[in-house]
Design a protein around this ligand. Structure first.
Ligand code: IMP
Length: 427
């Protein structure tokens, strides 16, 4: 039985939550392998809207959910989500948290906010949830992990050591308030009591599930172009959303991953700073933003909108070893009589390329070369109109990949799956 990775193929917000939710129906386990409360998933099911940031979206379908070692966890956000889900009748006893995942501590959030303010015009445009500083401490081997919560003495000691340095940094460099040891330790001891039942050996748990032939879904947060190693650095997140991150982030071998489903919108969006070659000029950009509801789930920020960028998407197909592609929110484009698609970039030296530039200055100065397709200008139902089919076929032809799912509306059931769901999940 397969292990399926669902990976964002653009700059995040591709509508992965909906696809995960859909495929979760036929899965046994849903796992997150990287990222933290910077992710925002919106799921509309049974007429209700759920916005979750930290817990895998499979929880809505009552599936066993895993937060792997590659994640960073903000206990306060996690527990707030637990409370909200429970209050709405969703059981969270199915959630399992790796003891090796790192904690987002209050100073991480304070440093993220202060450092963005200090960068001014050079800021990354982070979600300001402490993600970068938490992963930085992990790499520096001074992070605090979920398992540290299990021993109050170790926890207090680690907080004390961290604060001795972070408070100097906060006061002298960023000129903001320091944290009080007793207050933070007390707060985290309270969190610890509530988090304890969720902690598990998630690598072993997922391995066992795969051996027993259960089907496991790995949901990537953010997207390929926000990958720390392969994205548009420095305008990236601090983890590895690419599909191979599922193996490291969970702690299973890369050969255990069977199916890699990329998720891309029928256009592109980006929040935060950084180049976006196919960014749409006004007023069409505002039109796409309104029609697509392109405002951040976590931060409420306006998302920048662009026409579909096949150069960037080709790169995502390659980096992830994608086996098929889901094209979401195609209905948003129904309003347009003509739809440009970026098929190549024109580089500063006048040459054109269909491959994503390896050098940052080429990418920063890349100009889009468009092929313009006629729009369909009618609502999308179960049968795609001919012009919408041609749009999808262009993507398949250019990227040499099958488009296995097309999103035609926000609700769970608004998906066209010409070949049925079985092949998508690799069964
Ligand atoms: P961070 O992950 O908060 O450090 O932010 C780094 C970059 O990733 C910024 O450009 C954010 O806007 C972007 N980012 C982080 N999480 C998401 C997400 O879930 N969707 C879209 N962009 C995100």
């Amino acid at each position: 039985m397969p292990a399926t990775v669902i990976v964002g193929a653009q700059w995040g917000d591709e509508g992965k939550g909906k696809i995960v939710d859909l495929l979760a129906q036929s899965s046994d386990l849903v796992c997150r392998y990287q990222g933290g409360p910077n992710a925002g998933h919106t799921i509309i099911a049974g007429g209700e809207t759920f916005k979750i940031r930290q817990i895998p979206s499979g929880v809505i379908s009552g599936k066993e959910c895993v937060l792997g070692a590659g994640c960073v966890v903000d206990p306060e956000v996690f527990l707030d989500e637990v409370d909200e889900l429970e209050a709405r009748g969703i059981a969270t006893g199915v959630v399992r948290l790796s003891g090796n995942a790192h904690l987002v501590m209050p100073w991480h959030v304070a440093i993220d906010q202060a450092s963005e303010r200090r960068l001014g015009k050079l800021q990354i445009g982070t979600t300001r949830r402490g993600i970068g500083p938490a992963y930085a401490d992990k790499a520096s081997r001074i992070g605090i992990r979920v398992q540290d919560l299990l021993d109050p003495k170790i926890l207090r000691q680690k907080i004390e050591v961290a604060l001795a340095e972070k408070n100097v940094w906060l006061e002298r460099v960023y000129e903001v308030e320091p944290f009080d040891l007793d207050k933070v330790a007390g707060q985290y001891e309270t969190f610890a009591k509530r988090l304890r039942p969720y902690v598990a050996d998630t690598s072993l748990l997922v391995d066992r599930a795969l051996r027993e032939g259960r089907s496991v879904l790995f949901e990537g947060a953010q997207g390929t172009l926000l990958d720390l190693d392969h994205g548009t650095y420095p305008f990236v997140t601090s983890s590895n959303p690419v599909a191979s991150g599922a193996a490291t982030g969970i702690g299973i071998g890369p050969n255990r991953l069977d199916t890699i489903l990329g998720v891309a919108k029928g256009y592109v969006t980006r929040v935060g700073e950084g180049p976006l070659p196919s960014e749409i000029p006004s007023p069409d950009q505002e039109r796409v933003r309104q029609l697509g509801g392109e405002f951040g789930t976590v931060t409420g920020r306006e998302r920048r909108c662009g026409w579909l960028d096949l150069v960037a998407l080709r790169y995502a197909v390659r980096l992830n070893g994608m086996t098929s592609l889901a094209l979401t929110k195609l209905d948003v484009l129904s309003a347009f009589s003509e739809i440009p698609v970026c098929v190549r970039y024109r580089l500063p030296d006048g040459t054109e390329t269909a491959d994503f530039p390896a050098h940052q200055s080429d990418f920063h100065h890349a100009r889009p070369v468009y092929e313009t397709l006629p729009g369909w200008q009618e609502p999308l139902g179960d049968e795609l109109p001919a012009a919408a089919r041609r749009y999808v076929e262009l993507v398949e032809r250019e990227l040499e990949i099958e488009v296995s799912l097309v999103g035609t509306g926000a609700e769970r059931e608004r998906v066209v799956s010409p070949r049925g769901l079985e092949p998508v999940a690799g069964r």
